[in-house]
Design a protein around this ligand. Structure first.
Ligand SMILES: [Zn+2]
Length: 259
């Protein structure tokens, strides 16, 4: 006997890959079930009723059959498509990277309402024109926390002192004071400002995100530190990172938006 269950979830499409001539496998981060992958038969055909709802960053209600193995998407009802992001290749590169990061750091069917709401809220900010670099930094730092590898940024990770001169150690997992500097001879310089802002972004309540203004120099410093930290501690290599980097370097040549 085959049991077929019908499920309905609210979610956001974080990945889609072609399957055969006409279908797609779509990965959705849902409020109710966490990440799920579904077969969307015929979704590659433009006339399919599944064609629109399976696009990247579509937020909607998804109705699916769940049998043994992968479920099958039956229909979807769109809530919104984050149009401003998708119409801007620069913002798209940020959202694509965030989607891939979410996909790669979560397991199927592990419900996490906090993470769903975090992702949803940050996409909203991105769509509303908030500084994409700050949005991305917040997401990356909060993901590190969910992975249980957040850097210690308020005291020396080795001895616990809160005073002294500090460096940033990817190896030790946070800031390290002058007394302990022998623990990591590859420790990176970190300014007091960057440490403070990283800590603030990591702890911030995204429902109350005010106007945060960070100098270009500090942003650049934070970007480098987070990149090095991920490289050393997460074991992730994300394809969309390269695209994001290309877009960032293009922005330096052709400033797209000034605030
Ligand atoms: Zn120390």
């Amino acid at each position: 006997m085959v049991y077929v269950l019908i499920g309905k979830c609210e979610g956001i499409v974080i990945r889609n890959v072609d399957y055969g001539e006409t279908s797609k496998i779509v990965t959705i981060y849902t409020k109710e079930l966490g990440k799920i992958s579904l077969m969307a038969r015929g979704a590659k055909k433009p006339v399919s009723k599944l064609s629109g709802i399976t696009q990247l960053l579509q937020q909607g209600y998804f109705l699916f059959h769940a049998g043994n193995g992968m479920g099958t998407l039956q229909q979807g009802e769109s809530i919104r498509g984050f149009r401003n992001i998708l119409e801007d290749i620069y913002l798209t590169s940020y959202a694509t990277f965030m989607s891939e990061l979410l996909d790669r750091t979560t397991e199927e069917k592990q419900k996490n309402t906090f993470l769903f709401e975090l992702f949803e809220r940050l996409l909203e900010y991105l769509n509303d024109g908030y500084d994409p670099e700050i949005i991305l930094n917040i997401f990356e730092l909060k993901i590190l926390s969910l992975l249980g590898i957040a850097p210690e940024l308020s005291r020396c990770v080795n001895c616990g002192h809160i005073d002294g001169n500090f460096m940033f150690s990817t190896k030790e997992g946070g800031i390290i004071c002058h007394r302990c500097i022998d623990q990591d001879r590859y420790a990176l310089p970190i300014s007091v400002g960057a440490a403070k802002i990283m800590r603030m972004l990591y702890l911030i309540d995204v429902n109350r995100l005010g106007n945060i203004s960070i100098s270009e120099q500090t942003k650049h410093e934070i970007r480098e530190l987070i990149d090095q930290y991920y490289e050393k501690n997460s074991g992730l290599y994300l394809k969309s990172k390269k695209f994001l980097k290309q877009m960032e370097s293009m922005k330096l040549v052709l400033p797209m938006k000034k605030d």
